[in-house]
Write a protein that binds this ligand. Structure first.
Ligand SMILES: [Zn+2]
Length: 165
């Protein structure tokens, strides 16, 4: 996996709850680099951004709370940022497809995270934890989980809610 660690990190704080999950997003932007600069300006963050060609940018330490989910309710209630790792696909958010290299890199990244953080036991998409958001758009969360052995166990949790699938 090709991971670039950005320096300095994007904005983040201390976790106030134990890490338990992963939330997927899209950037609604151009290149990962341009999204990183935009996030830096507005003070928001993901832990990782996965570029279309499969390059991964690590933007905040997993030990910290990144600012990606806003007001949302996940498996263990609110304060979702404190409880999750935020991973965003570089994607324009208005119909762009997710290339195979990008999906493959995201699967590899999630495997790498799970191998270290065995406390993680749920994964979801931003649009599935708040009605305010539609990301990742044009992305089947059910398919994403079905296509990868380590995620299959989470597939059924979102069946029936995955309206983009
Ligand atoms: Zn989002």
């Amino acid at each position: 996996m090709n991971i670039t660690i950005i320096d300095p990190w994007l904005a983040h704080g201390e976790r106030r709850k134990p890490l338990t999950g992963i939330i997927l997003h899209h950037t609604a932007g151009g290149s990962a680099e341009s999204s990183i600069e935009h996030l830096r300006e507005i003070g928001l963050s993901y832990h990782y951004i996965v570029e279309r060609d499969g390059r991964v940018f690590k933007c905040a330490p997993i030990s910290g709370r990144a600012y990606h989910a806003g007001v949302s309710v996940g498996k263990y209630g609110d304060n979702v940022n404190s409880q999750t790792v935020g991973i965003s696909f570089a994607n324009d958010g208005v119909g762009e497809a997710y290339p195979a290299a990008q999906l493959r890199a995201a699967h590899e990244l999630i495997d790498a995270i799970l191998s270290v953080h065995k406390e993680i036991e749920w994964i979801s998409a931003h649009r599935l934890i708040t009605e305010r958001k539609a990301d990742p758009a044009h992305f089947s969360f059910v398919e994403f989980c079905s296509e990868h052995p380590s995620l299959e166990k989470w597939r059924d949790e979102t069946l029936g809610r995955d309206w983009d699938g």
